[in-house]
Ligand binder design. Structure first.
Ligand code: PLP
Length: 467
């Protein structure tokens, strides 16, 4: 029996008994709290098990670039691949779809990262990049093992990726983790002193990065890993001059630079890769999510020829592999996804709509609870504040009530899926499918406007009652 044949009640019961949801407070689904069950999708919308529609302003998890309406076409590509070759491995073999997809990714990165190692998702891609960087140095006669990442950055949950993560609450339950990760500040300009210029901010960050490299010992550092626009903490873009400076420091100290493009890749920022928009020139690029629009589980690390070089020496082997890496059906789906993205001109669409999206969101800027609206492309965050003038954030209790006790439920009840997140300061994250346009931007703002106003009023009432 599949899910659509069960009654709604039955599905709820079975979900409670058997489905262990990720990052979920499983104890909170009692008799009066339903597990939200998404049963269908079309365009920018998903439908729950009762038939209610929601605008998915998070694109699954920053992933469904083409929206939910291409199941037939992608399913046909999957079916054809199933008929031709349902599975083969890339351990010591090639197969047509993995070869074609590797060549596509290389072409999309303008040939600058032309060697593609497949994984089944983003965390595996980050682990792979770190191992690749370590072995790259070893093969060149240097023992370098450390990584540098940024505060509050999320890079995944497998032990290597988790160790790189800059979110303490995610790391702590699993410590000790893989040692030897140093962290530097992220590019949160909202919390910088008034009047500081972008150049001054960039100089501060680069000075800190260099001091961290020197403190850790340059000859021990394998890789610097950063997202072109950092998601966790809320769509932090970098100040002018930052990326050129990071690249220069990596070159000066012989460190590989990895751009984690798991979210920012495949059009989210208005280029195939955000590294192109910001001219980052990374040695390694991790990707997943949008590569297949999440229609299949596939990720990759794309490496430059110079990273590949020591691995092509006689007898050298990258001692790493994943059974499902480059799975032919997933690769066929990713290829079809890229074809659809091109056909529907989604990358130019994001560029063309970026200002309209920003301008629509800025209608919310008047609300006292809205401290900052920031981002790029189709990737935005709204930072919520207790006091707009002083930029004071909420206490931990207020934030808990605001995000989990109120906003998440109210937005969902109002038919909007986006994320209320407090891995850094409290933000609402927006990342709709790349097929979204003005009607969706308007709907996001209409719902958020009402819900945020209500949150603000409730917080005022609660603090008045407490005083
Ligand atoms: N890197 C970044 C920047 C991410 O945002 C994520 C997931 O959200 C990951 C890595 C991990 O990807 P996955 O969840 O596919 O393992």
């Amino acid at each position: 029996m599949n899910g659509t044949q069960r009654t709604a009640e039955d599905l709820q019961r079975v979900a409670r008994e058997h489905l262990w949801m990720h990052f979920s407070r499983m104890g909170s689904y009692g008799a009066d709290a339903e597990i939200p069950i998404i049963a269908g999708g079309d365009g920018c919308y998903v439908t729950d098990q009762h038939g209610k529609r929601y605008l998915d302003a998070l694109a699954g998890l920053f992933a469904v670039q083409i929206g939910y309406g291409h199941g037939e076409e992608i399913g046909q590509a999957a079916l054809e691949q199933m008929r031709e070759l349902p599975f083969y491995t890339v351990w010591g073999y090639g197969h047509p779809r993995a070869i074609e997809l590797a060549s596509e990714i290389s072409a999309l990165s303008h040939g600058e990262r032309s060697r593609v190692f497949f994984t089944s998702g983003g965390s595996e891609a980050v682990d792979t990049a770190w191992k690749m960087a370590r072995q790259y140095h070893t093969l060149r006669g240097e023992r370098r093992w450390k990584a540098i990442s940024r505060d509050v950055a999320y890079h995944g949950t497998t032990m290597g990726a988790l160790s790189i993560n800059g979110v303490p609450a995610l790391r702590e339950p699993f410590e000790p983790l893989v040692p030897s990760v140093a962290r530097v500040s992220n590019t949160n300009s909202f919390r910088r002193p008034d009047g500081e210029s972008e150049q001054e901010f960039a100089a501060f960050l680069l000075d800190e990065l260099e001091r961290t490299i020197l403190r850790e010992g340059p000859s021990t550092i394998a890789m610097v890993i950063m997202e072109p626009v950092q998601n966790s903490g809320g769509a932090f873009t970098a100040p002018a001059g930052y990326w050129a400076g990071v690249r220069e420091l990596c070159d000066r100290y012989g460190i590989l630079l990895c751009a984690d493009e798991v979210i920012t890749g495949f059009g989210r920022i208005g280029e195939w890769f955000a590294s192109q928009r910001y001219d980052i020139k990374p040695d390694l690029m991790t990707m997943a999510k949008g590569l297949s629009s999440a229609y299949a589980s596939i990720g990759a690390v794309a490496a430059s020829e110079s990273v590949m070089e020591p691995f092509t020496e006689q007898g050298a082997v990258f001692a790493h592999g994943i059974t499902f890496g480059g799975h032919p059906v997933a690769a066929a789906i990713a290829l079809k996804n890229l074809e659809i993205m091109r056909r529907e001109a989604l990358i130019p669409r994001v560029r063309a709509n970026e200002q309209a999206f920003r301008a629509t969101l800025e209608q919310l800027a008047e609300l006292p609870i809205v401290g900052d609206i920031r981002g790029a492309g189709y990737f935005w965050a709204i930072e919520l504040v207790a006091d707009k003038d002083t930029r004071t954030t909420f206490t931990a209790e207020e934030s808990e009530w605001l995000l989990r006790g109120f906003l998440s439920h109210r937005m969902y009840d109002a038919g909007l899926i986006c994320r209320a997140d407090d891995r850094g300061d409290p933000v609402i994250q927006l990342s709709p499918p790349l097929i979204a346009g003005q009607p969706e931007f308007d709907r996001i703002v209409a719902i958020l406007g009402e819900v945020l106003l209500e949150a603000q009023q409730r917080m005022l009432t609660t603090s008045a009652a407490a005083s």
